[in-house]
Design a protein around this ligand. Structure first.
Ligand code: F6P
Length: 323
């Protein structure tokens, strides 16, 4: 193993740049030559591959997004393009590839692994959705949660001044993790996510009682997966009798400079990813559980459904259950 490459795939996250910095510096420290693949699997197909050095990563640790760009590649689904991607890696004599991304990216990595000889792969979970089975934490989640916290704290100022209900739509694709943690840590009155059944009638009883007792405004966090923001806003207007507004947080959740935690996690994830490759593993994903790192087979990670931990779900179930 001499030449090693890294690429970012799928939705970008804050902390990817910190990972790139660690990748270059740790590779060199281990006697390897680091390469960047620009634009994810698309870049692999198009041979956007170049040797990276210290100057490429100077000053990027504090920047969100990814310096080497990311993409979701349709072409990568086709075997002919994957062959082109493998040929490009071989041209550069690259025998190891680190992939930062979500489960879709790892599935792509596995197909590529099955079709390649002499190339090893290591995946780093990186998605704000925190929806990858087999790992408690994905790079970028802490920064996204802090971004949402900042947004909800600001919305609370106007919600309270104007006595309104704010329906805040959080990202997460099919997973309610971001919405749930944000609702809990921002002191929201309502949290709707796909993992927890809810009954608006229960909320109605509780909210009407709270209004009688002096409550003037509400914060509701709703997961994008439910596609219910409009309906919930209408419910506040018509059933609760309080003027509502919808705030779709959108892509600001993916931006911002990475938190200390994400910078540190980026360093750990990359260190583990390179170590696992140096140990001779052909294909694995680095996971973080119970305060420590290990690596798992791609099948254990990419083809299973992520479950929010029981203790967190239990807290979430308290929403809407107050009488
Ligand atoms: O996977 C990350 C994510 O931000 C999801 O939370 C969201 O549903 C999706 O990507 C948005 O994708 P796009 O950037 O293509 O609009």
């Amino acid at each position: 193993m001499k030449n090693i490459a890294i690429l970012c795939s799928g939705g970008d996250v804050s902390g990817m740049n910190a990972a790139l910095k660690r990748f270059v510096e740790y590779s060199i420290a281990k006697g390897l030559t680091p390469y960047f693949v620009d634009n994810g699997f698309e870049g692999l197909i198009d041979n956007n591959i170049y040797q990276a050095g210290y100057s490429d990563v100077a000053g990027i640790i504090s920047r969100g997004g990814t310096k080497i760009h990311s993409s979701r590649s349709e072409r990568f689904m086709k075997q002919s393009y994957r062959k082109q991607a493998l040929d490009n890696l071989k041209t550069h004599d690259i025998t190891s590839l680190v992939v930062l991304g979500g489960d879709g990216s790892f599935k792509g990595m596995q197909v590529l692994g099955d079709e390649s000889e002499g190339i090893s792969f290591s995946g780093i979970p990186a998605t704000i959705d925190n929806d990858i089975a087999g790992t408690e934490y994905c790079l970028g989640v802490d920064t996204a949660l802090n971004m949402i916290k900042y947004a909800i704290d600001s919305i609370r100022d106007t919600a309270s001044s104007f006595s309104r209900a704010f329906v805040i739509e959080a990202m997460g694709r099919e997973c309610g993790y971001l919405a749930l943690v944000s609702a809990l840590t921002s002191g929201a009155e309502m949290c709707l996510i796909p993992e927890i059944p809810y009954d608006l009638d229960n909320y109605k009883e509780s909210f009407q009682k709270q209004i009688k007792e002096g409550r003037e405004y509400f914060i509701a966090v709703v997961s994008e997966a439910l596609k219910k923001s409009e309906e919930v806003a209408k419910w506040f207007d018509e059933e609760i009798g309080i003027e509502s507004r919808i705030m779709v947080l959108g892509h600001i959740q993916r931006g911002g400079n990475p938190t200390v935690y994400d910078r540190l996690m980026a360093f750990h994830f990359v260190t583990q990813a390179i170590d696992v490759l140096l140990e001779g593993n052909k294909s694995s994903v680095i996971c973080y559980n119970d305060g420590g790192f290990n690596h798992k087979k791609i099948e254990e990670v990419a083809f299973k459904k992520y479950q929010i931990k029981e203790d967190l779900l239990k807290l979430g179930m308290e929403f809407g259950s107050h009488k």
